[in-house]
Design a protein around this ligand. Sequence first.
Ligand SMILES: [Zn+2]
Length: 255
Amino acid sequence: MSRRQLVRGLATGSVVAFAAGCAENTALGRSQLMLVSEEQIAQLSAQAWQQSLQRERISRDPQLNARVERVGARVTRASGLNYPWEYVVFDSDQENAWVLPGGKVAFYRGILETMENDDQIATVMGHEAAHLAGRHAAERASQQQAAGIGLGLASVALDAGDVENTAQWAAILGAGVTFGVILPYSRRHELEADRLGVEYMARAGYDPRQALRFWESKAAQSAGRNATPEFASTHPSDATRIAALRQYLAEQNYI
Ligand SMILES: [Zn+2]
């Protein structure tokens, strides 16, 4: 089936859900509602990625780019997730980072400037890779589908560049802030990404204790500022989360 046919079929409802039901996720050790196929998610993700690259200013700073690629390659190799990984640094003060299904990772200069070392970059890289291992975007899209918001509509919106719907769907896939829409991951997804992410960074040879230091400094920063920075608002760095991370690090004998 061609992409055009798929999109048309989805839009008219003539293509029935491919992989309806629940699926066991071995990385998470739990089952997930899966109403969307990998193929559908990959197509939407590729569109959202291209649109982000067009909309945002891409950093040409060779050192920043090299650093993200170096840490990214180590962490994603350690994750065992076999995607054609791509990394981009956006030249923006936003303190943000996100991942799209298919291995597309975006860091903003703003968040990189707050990181004290490569281990902290690895913290966020591990966290983002873990969202993919957890199939969190597909799970979220499935929940939207179950709520009656069809993926066919998403394909059409992304194709047509319909700004409002594009933003909503890009956000569901994980690229929220780029499009001016912040759609937080659920606390469950965040905690899962933190735990798995720590494993990935540790396997890659980075210091897992820096994960705690990084999230603690984000929490202190947002408390001190009153206004919550973008990254902290999409990724709630509250006391519960830090406590859960600390407990996990202790269980694994990292601290
Ligand atoms: Zn996250």
